[in-house]
Design a protein around this ligand. Structure first.
Ligand code: NAI
Length: 340
């Protein structure tokens, strides 16, 4: 196969980044089709990205004879059905996280994925493809931190993105703070420790944005977790970081500890002015994980060409969603929830 011909569904906040990467930054990929409900987005894809087929219906795009693969960046609740349809049409599938919002629906989807072992399935946990996280992972796997005892994760969106999030949450079900945001941190906890989460205790508070109450969304949430080997994980997720996009991870082990992005610095610049010595911070996910988004898509295309499966697949989607749902239940019931 010379070029992998890809159709993308969803050209919104993240879809546009994946579309640009597939059209311009991933050798071996060709973005041939795009699907969205929004006419302007389809015009953009044709005009700026050279897409030749545009669709308002995903079913129609998946039926195109000109596709080898799809990239699913639609709202989270659409993922399972869209994955199943593409798999059944013989297409390779890259799907954004979370894999779905409902466990039964995800399990049904996993059956379909399993029934098509020659087609690649990859889930969009892009942090695993970030250079700093890969560096940390190598240290952990080499035993440089000893045995892990605590993993601490912060995943807080910038206050500046709140309006766009409120629109997103009005139009589609995000799955709540833990399925939408903490899912990345839950995946990191599982990835670094190679252990599953046994029980969670989570809570939340809406202080600056009480309007989130109406949408049944949380502005800030926190969860404490116990893993099957008694390793502990502490997660803070939020949508109100005044300084930018704050993704930070700390790993504490018996021989040492490390932090990835202890401050969410944008680059190596320090500005000295009337505010003191100031380090600019990353402002949003496309900026912070720009390279990781390219690397994960390169991996997807390589897997298709080399006929192998990526490291991050459906089981990671299922397990992380189970934990995220348990966190949401814990907030609602105000008690510790066992993850089954
Ligand atoms: P968005 O609301 O900005 O865009 C949604 C897009 O999907 C729009 O182009 C819309 O026209 C299209 N769409 C909606 N329903 C559709 C349907 N049934 N058929 C065809 N097209 C449809 O959403 P956003 O923020 O880009 O999120 C999309 C997905 O990406 C979500 O699952 C979200 O969890 C995930 N995401 C992942 C991030 C990451 O860090 N990996 C960051 C942001 C989002």
């Amino acid at each position: 196969m010379n070029e992998v011909r890809v159709g993308i569904v969803g050209l919104g906040r993240l879809g546009r980044t994946h579309a640009i990467n597939l059209a311009q930054n991933v050798p071996g990929a060709k973005l041939v089709a795009a699907c969205s409900f929004v006419e302007d987005e389809l015009e953009y894809a044709k005009r700026e990205l050279g897409v030749t087929e545009t669709y308002k219906s995903y079913e129609e795009m998946a039926a195109s004879p000109n596709l080898d693969a799809v990239c699913i960046v639609s709202p989270s609740g659409c993922h399972p059905e869209q994955i199943r349809l593409a798999m059944e049409k013989g297409l390779h599938v890259f799907s954004e996280k979370p894999i779905g919002l409902d466990i039964e629906d995800i399990e049904k989807t996993m059956e379909v994925i399993k029934a098509h072992p020659d087609q690649v399935f990859q889930l969009g946990f892009m942090r695993r493809y970030d250079e700093s996280y890969q560096y940390a992972k190598k240290m952990v796997d080499e035993g440089q931190l000893g045995e892990l005892t605590v993993v601490r994760c912060y995943g807080i969106d910038p206050s500046s993105g709140l309006e766009s999030f409120v629109n997103f949450a009005r139009n589609s079900n995000s799955g709540g703070l833990f399925s939408d945001m903490s899912i990345h941190d839950i995946d990191l906890v599982r990835w670094f420790t190679k252990k599953e989460v046994s029980r969670v205790w989570a809570m939340g508070k809406n202080a600056a944005y009480p309007e989130l109450d109406e949408l049944n969304e949380l502005e800030t949430g926190a969860a404490m977790m116990q893993l099957e080997d008694k390793t502990m994980a502490i997660l803070v997720a939020g949508r109100n970081a005044a300084h930018g996009y704050h993704v930070e991870t700390e790993l504490i082990g018996t021989k040492g500890m490390l932090r990835v992005a202890a401050a969410p610095e944008k680059n190596l610049v320090t500005v000295f002015d009337e505010n003191g010595a100031v380090r600019p911070t990353s402002q949003n996910f496309p900026e912070r994980f720009s390279d990781a988004f390219v690397h994960e898509m390169k991996e997807f295309i390589s897997c298709i060409k080399e006929k192998r499966q990526p490291e991050v697949g459906a089981i990671d989607g299922l397990q992380s969603t189970k934990v995220a749902i348990a966190c949401q239940q814990s907030v609602e019931a105000n008690q510790i929830v066992e993850v089954k």
